[in-house]
Design a protein around this ligand. Structure first.
Ligand code: HEC
Length: 80
């Protein structure tokens, strides 16, 4: 009984930790090392345009997974 409660708690914490990695966090983690965040935040682009920009950043040396680039594009475009 006690063991399964601990397992449940562990799964719950793992889930929260996973769900907490938002596009915004990925953006601040991945997109502010070469230039400041304001360069991106002051720009208005659609989701498609942001995906293209992130792809170009990969050529500059950015390492990012495809799900991370998706969530960053979503965050920057406001889901548009
Ligand atoms: C390895 C360094 C590097 C990283 C990491 C990086 N960039 Fe860039 N970024 C550049 C360079 C170099 C330029 C200027 C040349 C260009 O625009 O392609 C630039 C230019 C830009 C511009 C201005 C030009 C435009 O298209 O509006 C934006 C916006 C931008 N980056 C967004 C991002 C975002 C969003 C991320 C994270 C997904 C990111 N950058 C990560 C190097 C980087």
């Amino acid at each position: 009984m006690k063991k399964s409660a601990i397992t449940m708690l562990f799964l719950f914490v793992a889930f929260i930790a996973f769900a907490a990695t938002t596009g915004e966090e990925t953006f601040y983690k991945k997109c502010t090392s070469c230039h400041g965040s304001s360069l991106s935040l002051k720009k208005q682009k659609s989701m498609k345009q942001w995906s293209a920009t992130v792809k170009r950043m990969k050529k500059h040396g950015l390492s990012i997974s495809s799900s991370e680039s998706q969530s960053v594009a979503e965050f920057l475009s406001g889901g548009k």
